[in-house]
Design a protein around this ligand. Sequence first.
Ligand code: UDP
Ligand code: MG
Length: 339
Amino acid sequence: MESVVPGMTTLSVVIPMFNETAVIPALVTRLRPVLDALGIDYEVVAVDDGSRDDTVAVLFDHARDWPQLRVVRLRRNSGHQAALTAGLHRAVGRWVVSLDADLQDPPEAIADMLRAAREDGVDVVYGVRADRSTDTVFKRNTARVYYWLMRRLVGADLPAQAGDFRLLSRDVIEVLRRLPERAPVYRLLVPSLGFPSAEVRYVRAARVAGQTKYPLRRMIALAWESTANFSAAPLRLATWLGMCSFLLCLGLIAFGMVAYVAGATIPGWTSMFVAVLLLSGVQLVCLGLLGDYVGRIYATVQNRPAFHVGFDSLDDVPRAATVGPIGDESRAPVVGARG
Ligand code: UDP
Ligand code: MG
């Protein structure tokens, strides 16, 4: 499969899997008819994320009579986003859909995504969860906080409630492949690239079998990864703390002076008090300044392109979708991506 030229197959479906033995039979039973009915050539890239159960063996079992099923195994558990990276980088399709193994996102929507991509001429089609009443109250609320925070970090063009069920064109995949980032968070990275996009809404179902592989610990890790990936704001916290303690310090100096004049202090107290306050404020401000430069170094190392050219009339004829009116976010021409 490695020798296959990228873009030769029409559709790739990338599925990261970690200890998913219990869901694979249901997944195959539901996914295969959907893909066969599309009437196009396709591949399914199942990425086994270092499972400790029989995921790989079960996958190979199914691959025997499903030639389009391709199995990629990571040597060790590297996390959902890393497994997704492995799959996206190896997929050869003209269009690439990423899907969770647990059938929470309906494979039937792939047909709608493909249709939207082809008819509207867009590069990205987000699967947007119109209803997630099958998720727990806890999951729904943590998700709401997460998307609220991320919209503030990435900007308003982040589709709300869009997880990792989406379709990407070969152009997007090639841009993603060239990014040197070690740990991309795709649900933020893809919107930040600014490709023309569309949405397909669906109802999120309950997991068909097995347990969630995203316990609270991993959810917090993803939230932190997302924040640190897109913002140096936490680094700048020291500056703000420094400013606040500096202001506080001014007030306390005045208080110390009054106490000194009133003779209400023991000798040496005022000078110590003021020195400690002043120095800690100055130190925090300096730490914040350092943080700001570290943030800039980080952004440079991430090496995200400052902009993506949608088209150049000198080179190519614009597709309908890339020349929509500015303001319509899903159609706006790409003039620059947020760094
Ligand atoms: N997953 C993975 N590696 C991990 C954790 C999860 O490949 O370390 C896969 C998992 O098999 C599933 C997808 O990522 O296909 C999403 O995980 P899950 O459905 O458990 O997350 P939830 O829907 O509960 O947020
Ligand atoms: Mg799930």
